[in-house]
Design a protein around this ligand. Structure first.
Ligand code: 13P
Length: 247
């Protein structure tokens, strides 16, 4: 799966141009592996543009419940609008909005209860990376948010080292591959039903480095920020995925 995280970018005109370009460059067969998370305000525009395709349109965040929570959208609201997935626990949410593992766990629970996919984002800081504490950090992010839940393929993990986001720096794909294997093991032992999830890599993925990630066994796709804003580049990434994963 290749997911575009548009963050707080886009406008109706740019999104329309993006759709036209992207759609003309990508084979329809691979579209069921593509997810786009625009801002909430553009969710329906993207739903409409891609309505005749299998592209999944999702949201970048969700609240734990509905009602008197100004500014929020709930999982129930999103599921009524046929939302395919929600990112949960992105490092920018953890950092700017003080989201902790407990809250993130509640968000995941709410999304899964409403029957759409949750993409749980985890990752270490540069300092933790340098101190060799990456696995310790990832393990606590996983166990503190999804322990004992009954999980199925609706839970996807995105490994996004914080220092790789928007920096142009990426870890060695071989190292990412072994971290993904570790993540799959941790999720398997943390969940009630020993479920092995798909794991996406995120952090400065572009059309030059995508192949090095996609040809690794445990890297099941990518979560793409900056490079997903350019339809040509994102289409190249999706086409690389299609070629290497033989879709
Ligand atoms: P970049 O691809 O811009 O590094 O962003 C990654 C990200 O945060 C996706 O969620």
């Amino acid at each position: 799966m290749i997911v575009a995280n548009w963050k707080a970018n886009g406008d109706t005109q740019k999104n329309y141009q993006w759709f036209k370009t992207f759609h003309s460059l990508v084979d329809t067969k691979v579209l069921s592996c593509v997810g786009i998370s625009p801002s909430h305000i553009h969710f329906h525009q993207l739903k409409t543009l891609f309505q005749k395709t299998d592209v999944m349109i999702g949201v970048q965040d969700i609240d734990i419940e509905g009602g008197a929570r100004t500014g929020s959208i709930s999982a129930s609201m999103a599921s009524h609008e046929d939302c395919s997935f929600s990112l949960v626990g992105h490092s920018e949410r953890r950092d700017f909005f003080n989201e902790d593992n407990e809250l993130i766990g509640k968000k995941i629970h709410s999304v899964l209860q409403h029957n759409f996919k949750a993409i749980l984002c985890i990752g270490e800081t540069l300092e933790e990376h340098k101190l060799g504490k990456t696995k310790e950090k990832l393990k606590s992010q996983i166990t503190d948010s999804i322990s004992k839940l009954n999980i199925d393929e609706k839970l996807i993990i995105a490994y996004e080292p914080i220092w790789a986001i928007g920096s142009g720096k990426t870890p060695d794909p071989k190292e990412v591959n072994s971290i993904h294997e570790f993540i799959k093991d941790v999720v398997q032992s943390a969940t009630a039903n020993n479920f092995e999830p798909k794991v996406l890599y995120g952090g400065s993925v572009n059309d030059h480095n995508a192949a090095e990630f996609f040809n690794k066994e445990y890297i099941d796709g990518a979560l793409v920020g900056g490079a997903s804003l350019d339809a040509d580049i994102f289409a190249n990434i999706v086409n690389t995925y299609r070629r290497l994963k033989k879709i």
